[in-house]
Design a binder for this molecule. Structure first.
Ligand code: SF4
Length: 366
């Protein structure tokens, strides 16, 4: 659909007013290269976020509890077949120590993230949930530990976890199979997302933006799926290659969705547009300006917030293991990405007129 400038601006207003567009209209917005239209999209999203949340950015303390994973996702630096990184699993006391440190710094949400451990880890995770929710009853506990059994999700929820992040990555089964080994299925990922809702988690899903083989049609499908699933949190990470994966040289190929741009520029452009689109579709949602965005660009946090994001997740993990949680190359884990760099983050936010809030930031529908 070829639209002229006024028609493109009308699309932005339609999304703002009606909270949804037709598939071909999402496609036009994603492919739009007119800076004035893109800026009006970001502006509408920014104003929506400010109306709902003020100029407050929620901070979540991220604890990367393990880089051990039973899966072999083709794009991931901690996939099980990568023998080039030392593996670690934090002891329960170490995780609690990270939370105590975070609490003293003002964090009121902890996110335990890690590779997908086997079911035998359920007891340990359940104990951690009980200890953290027992010691910090005023804090929210989020898990991001991959696909688990129904029983596991139920047990973790009963033990105090109230939020769960599980990005579906792509809703297209063919695309999914190009990024994952045969033993993994989109069907199971979607089943897990269903279970998260069933057990009353505030659920987060999302995608990698600019991933290998991704088409604009795939992204439109993801937008429609997320609109139907109605997650409380939406994670949108630009794809960044990892040197120990089959996609190590992917950025050397020409960008395919926005020809003429580099892959880095394409991933940044699309990620920011998607943040704005989801802010307008689901105004109450919690959308992080991700670490991957900050890795791609030194002002990635600011760009994400000015496009409508309202969450940042500084790293509370012990500094000694951060380098081993190597999901993609050059992953940022210091400065404003780190809990000890909160002053730097505060300055970043200050420079664009925002401030951190210690509030738990529970999802509330308006
Ligand atoms: S993306 Fe997640 S599940 Fe896949 S290999 Fe990496 S850590 Fe494991």
């Amino acid at each position: 659909m070829n639209l002229n400038f006024p028609q493109m601006k009308e699309l932005v207003m339609k999304l703002h007013d009606e909270r949804r567009l037709e598939a071909c209209e999402y496609r036009s917005l994603l492919l739009c290269e007119d800076r004035s239209v893109i800026e009006s999209l970001h502006e509408a999203a920014r104003e929506t976020a400010v109306r709902k949340f003020g100029r407050n950015i929620y901070i979540r303390g991220l604890v990367e509890i393990t880089n051990i994973c039973r899966n072999d996702c083709l794009y991931c630096g901690i996939r099980k077949s990568n023998g080039n990184i030392p593996r670690y699993l934090l002891a329960e006391d170490e995780v609690l120590g990270c939370c105590r440190n975070g609490y003293s710094l003002g964090f009121r949400t902890f996110v335990l993230q890690g590779g997908e451990l086997s079911e035998s880890s359920d007891g340990m995770i359940e104990r951690l949930c009980r200890k953290i929710s027992g010691e910090f009853p005023d804090c929210a506990l989020t898990l991001s530990l991959g696909e688990r059994s129904e029983d596991s999700y139920r047990r973790f929820r009963e033990a105090g976890a109230s939020r769960y992040l599980l990005r579906h990555e792509t809703i297209d089964p063919g695309h999914y199979s190009m990024l994952h080994p045969e033993r993994m299925s989109l069907e199971n990922r979607l089943h897990c997302l269903h279970l998260l809702k069933k057990y009353g988690y505030q659920a987060g899903t999302g995608i990698m933006v600019g991933s290998p083989f991704q088409s604009v049609g795939n992204i439109v499908g993801d937008i429609i799926f997320i609109g139907e699933y109605q997650p409380e949190m939406i994670g949108l990470g630009p794809f960044i290659p990892h040197r120990d994966t089959v996609f190590a040289g992917y950025w050397k190929s020409p960008a395919s969705i926005l020809p003429g741009k580099t892959h880095e520029e394409e991933a940044m452009d699309l990620t920011l547009k998607l943040i704005s689109i989801f802010r307008l579709m689901l105004p109450d949602s919690l959308i992080p300006a991700t670490t991957a965005l900050a890795t791609l660009s030194s002002d990635g946090h600011e760009k994400g917030i000015l496009a409508g994001a309202n969450v940042i997740m500084p790293n509370l993990s012990p500094p000694a293991v951060r380098g081993s949680y190597s999901l993609y190359d050059s992953k940022a884990s210091s400065g404003a990405e780190a809990a000890e760099g909160l002053d730097e983050l505060k300055l970043q936010l200050d420079s664009i007129g925002y401030k951190m809030t210690a509030d738990r930031g529970d999802f509330t529908a308006s």
